[in-house]
Design a protein. Structure first.
Length: 254
């Protein structure tokens, strides 16, 4: 093969870039960060798939998110055990590429990077990588599913299968959020919801086990309870995420 001077220059740049990438990937901070991300995303991958399912409703989504929050809070509470496994895996990877897990030089005063007063690598990366990443995930999950979401979720208690002792109060609280979508005054809506609770509780156990929203909307309309039907429609159509809209726009040529 015959290389021009330009080819030689490009080849040298490729070699230099590849060497720099290899050096970066061999750094202790990168290996620890990668293993931490893998562990956390293994925990959230099923939640991510569930939230992109167009058939999931807000109640099911909130339940899944709440379970993930509890799992991460448990991981955060038992941080020493949780990170010990990650650190062991990272150290094994470092050994395979003839590297040691080390920490940056610590100084008395540092403003451009983390500088905790620790001496061993496991504690250093637990404080500077693992705990901040866990806290960030918890913060984002709680922010995306804000305080108003539980009230909306309580609309599912119009369905007998999800009903508990204090369901009436919680459903009315959720109905207040969507008062603008309901024509009757608040007192009329309250009476209608209470009547629905009584009538649906008298149904056979086989019917009460149904969780299909469309089934209960049809039953509410058949019993001339329009406000209950509207609340059930709202519960069934409150968007969990914007994934469906993004999938719709992405293939469009605009």
């Amino acid at each position: 093969l015959i290389y021009s001077d330009k080819d030689n220059v490009n080849e040298a740049k490729v070699v230099s870039d590849a060497h720099q990438l290899l050096q970066a990937c061999s750094q202790s901070a990168f290996i620890i960060s990668l293993k931490t991300a893998v562990r956390c995303f293994q925990q959230t991958v099923h939640l991510s798939e569930a939230l992109q399912n167009p058939r999931i409703n807000i109640g099911q989504a909130y339940t899944r998110v709440h379970e993930e929050i509890k799992a991460f809070e448990s991981m955060r509470e038992n941080y020493e055990v949780s990170f010990s496994k990650i650190f062991t895996e990272a150290r094994n990877i470092a050994t395979e590429i003839n590297q040691d897990i080390t920490i940056p030089r610590l100084v008395g005063r540092q403003s451009n990077r983390a500088n905790p007063a620790v001496s061993d690598p496991e504690t250093y990366y637990r404080v500077t990588v693992f705990l901040p990443f866990i806290d960030h995930i918890l913060s984002e999950l709680k922010r995306q599913f804000s305080d108003h979401v539980p009230a909306v979720v309580h609309l599912q208690e119009l369905i007998p299968a999800f009903r508990t002792e204090n369901s009436l109060d919680r459903v009315l609280e959720a109905a207040d959020i969507f008062a603008g979508d309901l024509d009757p005054p608040k007192t009329v809506v309250s009476d209608e919801v209470e009547a629905w609770m009584r009538s649906s509780s008298r149904l056979s156990d086989e019917i009460k086990q149904h969780t299909s929203i469309s089934t209960w909307i049809a039953l509410a309309e058949a019993q001339f309870m329009p406000s209950v039907a509207i609340l059930l429609r709202i519960f069934g159509t409150v968007p969990v995420s914007n994934a469906t809209a993004e999938r719709s726009f992405s293939p469009c040529t605009l």
